[in-house]
Design a protein around this ligand. Structure first.
Ligand code: E4P
Length: 257
């Protein structure tokens, strides 16, 4: 499963990138509004930093204007996916952009039928919003499973991108449900690393080791030959002990030796 970072903050994406967690990035108008930067500058920087799709969302709601925005966004980088809302105008724009070979991400998907329509119109990805479904008492993960089943049944190549992820359990469940991608806020991505037993175990190992230096940084070159008596240690036993044992056995088994 690919992991995208759901953010318009370059520092957050950079941090996750260094930890191997960025196969792509998703942005939206709300995320961009949390920065005081131009959408264009954010996207061009993300596109240079990340080796994967950068989703850029249209602001327009009518078909003609969406197309104009989408074609402009597509020039903002090497790997832009234009985000279109799941509306009738959005689907008309999607048909046209699919024919032009523009990557697309259909956002605000809340039902399997919406995902079916988007796939039939050639969407590159669909974004079911699992957290917002959970918020209103539905089970967002059921939607991921339904879309997965429909796409597999009919061989749609549209990727299922689990969006609106709120916590690490969503990530695990989306992976188990067969999502192709999960787009994750940076704080959730960061918390995926943590487990109290990992910290506890590491503390115990280090306490037991004490203040001895690292064995990897010690110069072993002398010690590997110093104690050999005609050869390397045998069967993990120091060579002098090994030869003493051979001599004893010989004396005992050959009294005149
Ligand atoms: C990503 O593409 C979506 O816009 C985002 O995941 C929505 O998340 P939210 O429901 O937390 O705003």
């Amino acid at each position: 499963m690919h992991i995208y970072i759901d953010s318009a903050n370059i520092d957050d994406v950079q941090t996750a990138h260094e930890l191997g967690l960025v196969d792509g990035v998703t942005t939206n108008p709300s995320l961009v509004s949390t920065t005081d930067r131009d959408y264009h500058d954010i996207v061009t920087e993300l596109d240079e930093l990340v080796d994967g799709p950068i989703s850029v969302e249209v602001i327009a709601t009518d078909y003609e204007e969406m197309l104009r925005e989408a074609r402009e966004y597509d020039t903002w980088g090497e790997n832009i996916a234009v985000k279109l809302p799941m509306t009738r105008d959005g689907m008309k724009a999607l048909r046209e952009l699919s024919a032009e070979g523009v990557q697309t991400n259909i956002t605000l998907i809340f039902s399997a039928n919406q995902a079916l329509i988007a796939a039939k119109n050639g969407a590159t990805m669909v974004s079911p919003f699992i957290g917002r479904l959970d918020d209103i008492g539905h089970d967002g993960m059921d939607l991921i499973k339904d879309i997965r089943e429909i796409y597999d049944t009919y061989g749609f190549e549209t990727d299922v991108l689990a969006a609106s992820i709120r916590h690490p359990k969503h990530v695990k469940e989306a992976a188990k449900a067969g999502a192709d991608i999960a787009t994750i806020p940076s704080n959730v991505a960061d918390s995926m690393f943590d487990h109290p037993k990992t910290d506890e175990g590491l503390d115990a190992f280090l306490d037991d080791w004490g203040d001895r230096p690292s064995p990897a940084l010690k110069d072993w070159s002398d010690e590997t030959t110093a104690d050999w008596t005609g050869g390397p240690p045998f069967f993990g036993v120091d060579a002098s002990i090994f030869w003493a044992a051979v001599l004893t056995v010989n004396i005992l088994t050959h009294p005149r030796f």
